[in-house]
Design a protein around this ligand. Structure first.
Ligand code: GRF
Length: 192
């Protein structure tokens, strides 16, 4: 793959709350010519998110947003997004629920990666629940965000086998690797 500095990339904001491995991975793919997006803004709801380090490392602007005051928060974020001409939002381990108003304003332009084969296992603790239920397969899904939790149209999914030896840590690790494959691929799929 060749690296790109082309002007036609979709300006993207990545929202995080934690480690940011998906953020790092999206930044990596954004630099390839055949991936149609650039990461121009990182938003976190907490200054404790480890992933914020990639702001400095890759010189990408970051904003930390206090999510306690919903209406003010929406206004603030919309302002930053407009300022940066952001056209796509990627949620990547973002632990806050966006307001309906915000989702409406960015309709069809917010996507998320979820660590389950949706529509199975919406919400939290997906790996623990899948193992407990004796599932043979688990996986991850990239989907659009709508006002209903983890219910928007699916863009891409990837299955992994749950082996007898798996616990939720090993399963999470396996699935995260697949997330790193399908998240950039899903963005490509949207714009190609
Ligand atoms: C991922 O498993 C994602 O699916 C879930 O939270 C985790 C975030 O990982 N929503 P990271 O912060 O991208 O490393």
């Amino acid at each position: 793959m060749r690296k790109s500095i082309g002007p036609k990339k979709i300006k993207t904001a990545v929202f995080i709350s934690g480690k940011g491995s998906n953020l790092k991975n999206l930044i990596k793919f954004s630099k390839f010519k055949n991936y149609p997006f650039s990461v121009d803004l990182i938003i976190s709801n907490t200054n404790k998110a480890k992933g914020l380090r990639y702001s400095k490392q890759y010189r990408i602007e970051k904003k930390i947003i206090n999510y306690d005051k919903k209406i003010k928060t929406d206004k603030k974020i919309l302002h930053f997004l407009n300022q940066k001409k952001i056209k796509l939002i990627c949620l990547a381990g973002f632990m806050k629920i966006l307001s309906n108003n915000f989702v409406k304003k960015f309709k069809g332009k917010i996507i998320n990666v979820h660590p389950s084969l949706l529509p199975k296992y919406k919400g939290l603790n997906t790996h623990i629940r899948a193992i407990k239920n004796g599932e043979k397969f688990a996986g991850c899904t990239v989907h659009y965000i709508t006002s209903k939790l983890d219910s928007g149209k699916i863009i891409l999914q990837k299955k992994v086998k749950i082996s007898k030896k798996d616990n939720h840590f090993s399963l999470a690790k396996k699935i995260l690797k697949k997330e790193h494959l399908i998240y950039p691929a899903a963005i490509k799929k949207i714009y190609n």
